[in-house]
Write a protein that binds this ligand. Structure first.
Ligand SMILES: [Zn+2]
Length: 75
C-alpha cells in the first residue's frame, strides 16, 4: 500500500506474439466516479500496431490515480 510500482509491460500482438514497444496513439479514459479514497482513476489507453503482421490492437498503457494527498501511477 502506498508504494508506487513501476513495471513496464511490453505489449504483445494477439495475432503473432510479436512484442510491440510503443503505442502510435494514446488517449485517456477518466473514471466517472471516485474510488473509496476519493481518487479518480485515469486510464491511459494506447493503440498498437504490430510491426510483423500489421495487426492493430488496443491495450492499457498505464493507470494514474489522482486524489487528495497522493498520486499513484501504475504501469
Ligand atoms: Zn502480429
Amino acid at each position: 500500500m502506498g508504494k508506487a510500482k513501476k513495471t513496464s509491460k511490453v505489449k504483445k500482438c494477439p495475432e503473432c506474439g510479436t512484442e510491440v514497444q510503443e503505442p502510435y496513439k494514446t488517449w485517456e479514459l477518466v473514471a466517472p466516479f471516485p474510488d473509496k479514497k476519493m481518487r479518480i482513476t485515469v486510464t491511459i489507453m494506447g493503440m498498437y500496431e504490430c510491426p510483423n503482421c500489421g495487426k492493430k490492437f488496443r491495450a492499457v498503457v498505464s493507470k494514474v490515480k489522482l486524489g487528495p494527498g497522493e498520486v499513484e501511477i501504475s504501469k
